[in-house]
Each structure stands twice: as structure tokens, then as C-alpha cells.
Design a protein around this ligand. Structure first.
Ligand SMILES: C[S@@+](CC[C@H](N)C(=O)[O-])C[C@H]1O[C@@H](n2cnc3c(N)ncnc32)[C@H](O)[C@@H]1O
Length: 252
């Protein structure tokens, strides 16, 4: 996990950063809990965790009996996750070292796909491609859950409140904080490394890919969650025109 991603993670966390551990759930714990709740994973489900990191989401899912494919490009974190899976005797957790944006997986192979705080680095076109790919990787009826920093470029009051609160938190850290504000502000404006988009942009991507039952919610601070289901094809109520209209077989 890079410094910047940790910062993002901590930023999602900032309302409770000053809490003593154990008193209230931190922002990060709220995000993880929201992903687990939205995913409705059943024991023996096949789950893909995109950008799994050290396994905050993958490990509890595997502990619940799911077969988890944990994907990340960071080999160090994957090695840590593999060790944790071994220590906890979780043979159902498998890791895959691969960049998410060039991932290729079999169609119709997953019951649930989750991703927590990993997609804001992708360019918008890659996000849309990934959402479309997730649709293909899911079995019909499967669920895709995305939690991430979700805000736009300040056009909504939610965006502006998020930006104000990020600046306020960093400013309290003194000179180092102001340096971060300048650095993050530049990145945000030029979208060099981080490309968060709003909750409504995510729901639009889900809809374009064909997901139905789309839900969207704000978790804490800038963290949002969008989920959708790959629809199950309904048997057609129409008569089977192809066979009805077929000419009788020629007599031999
Ligand atoms: C902030 S961490 C979140 C980790 C984990 N999902 C969690 O909730 O703790 C982001 C993770 O996404 C991974 N990641 C970001 N962009 C990626 C990409 N394009 N391909 C693969 N992994 C990526 C990083 O390596 C990192 O482990």
C-alpha cells in the first residue's frame, strides 16, 4: 500500500482517527463492515476481491466459508495475506498478483465481486471497462460491490463538504498538513494519480454495464458504496417463434 493510499484510507477514517481503538469503529472499519454487509456472501460462494491489499475484506469472507480469489498488484501485501490465510487455516483463500486493469477471468465464475478503496487510481475509462468486465465474470444473479472514495470536482454540496473537511483535517497537522493539502490539491485538480468520481458517476457506470437493483450510499466522509446485481435472464413468455414458424420437415 503506497503512502498516498494509506492517506486516502486514513482520510476515510478521519472522523474517528482520534478515537481510542475499541471505543467506536474507525472510518476504515465502517467501510469494511459496509462492504461485508452489502456483499451478502454465503458459505461456499465464489468471491473475487479486487485490490485486496492485506485482506481486510478477503479474510473475514474466507473465514465465513467463501472461496476467495484475492487480487492485487502489490506482492508484499499478497505475501502477508497468504501468511495470514495459512496461520488461520483458510485454504479457500487464493491470491493472484495482477493489475486490476488488465485482469482477465473466466465469464460466469463468481457469485460476488467486492472491491474496497482500490479503484480510485483507475482512469475513468478503465473504471467503466472494469465494471463491464465484473458483469461478465459474475454468474447471473451475482453481486458487485464497490466501496471507494466517491466524490466529484466540487459541483455538489456533498463534494464541497468532503473537500472542506479533508482540508480542515490536514490543516490541523501544521506545516506537514499544509504540504499535503498543496500536494493532494494539485493531484486532485490535475487528476495525476487519483481519479475519484462521484457516487452518481458510479451508479451510471453500473447501469451502462447492465447491472440492476443498483444501490448507492454514503458510508462515512468521502467513502461511498455502490452495488448492483447481474440480472438472471427471465424465460421468455412469448411463444418460441423460431420453432413455431419452422416449415415441416420435407418427406423423404
Ligand atoms: C487502500 S488499499 C485497500 C486494500 C483493501 N481493499 C482494504 O480494504 O484494506 C488499495 C489496494 O489496491 C491495490 N491496487 C490499487 N490499484 C491497483 C491496480 N490497478 N491493480 C491491482 N491492485 C491495485 C493496492 O495495491 C492496494 O493494495
Amino acid at each position: 500500500m503506497t503512502d498516498s493510499e494509506l492517506t486516502s484510507h486514513k482520510a476515510a477514517n478521519h472522523d474517528t482517527v482520534n478515537n481510542k481503538k475499541g471505543s467506536h469503529p474507525t472510518g476504515l472499519e465502517k467501510v469494511t463492515a459496509a462492504v461485508l454487509a452489502a456483499a451478502h456472501v454465503q458459505a461456499s460462494d465464489r468471491v473475487i476481491d479486487l485490490g485486496c491489499g492485506a485482506g481486510l475484506v478477503s479474510l473475514p469472507l474466507a473465514e465465513g466459508g467463501a472461496r476467495v480469489l484475492a487480487v492485487d498488484s502489490n506482492q508484499v501485501l499478497l505475501a502477508r495475506l497468504e501468511r495470514a490465510a495459512r496461520d488461520r487455516s483458510l485454504p479457500g483463500l487464493e491470491v493472484l498478483a495482477r493489475p486490476i486493469d488488465c485482469l482477465s477471468l473466466p465469464a460466469d465464475s463468481a457469485d460476488v465481486i467486492v472491491t474496497s478503496y482500490a479503484l480510485h487510481r483507475l482512469r475513468d475509462a478503465d473504471k467503466q471497462r472494469l465494471v463491464a468486465a465484473a458483469y461478465r465474470w459474475l454468474k447471473p444473479g451475482g453481486t458487485f460491490v464497490v466501496a471507494d472514495m466517491m466524490f466529484g470536482r466540487g459541483t455538489t454540496s456533498r463534494d464541497r463538504a468532503i473537500i472542506r473537511s479533508k482540508v480542515r483535517v490536514l490543516a490541523r497537522r501544521g506545516l506537514g498538513g499544509w504540504w499535503r493539502i498543496a500536494k493532494n490539491g494539485c493531484r486532485y485538480l490535475v487528476r495525476v494519480r487519483e481519479h475519484p468520481v462521484s457516487i452518481s458517476a458510479w451508479t451510471a457506470m453500473f447501469a451502462r454495464a447492465g447491472f440492476t437493483g443498483i444501490t448507492a450510499s454514503s458510508i462515512v466522509n468521502e467513502a461511498g458504496l455502490v452495488s448492483g446485481r447481474r440480472p438472471v435472464p427471465q424465460p421468455s413468455a412469448e411463444p418460441d417463434h423460431a420453432s413455431a414458424a419452422a416449415p415441416p420437415a420435407p418427406r423423404m
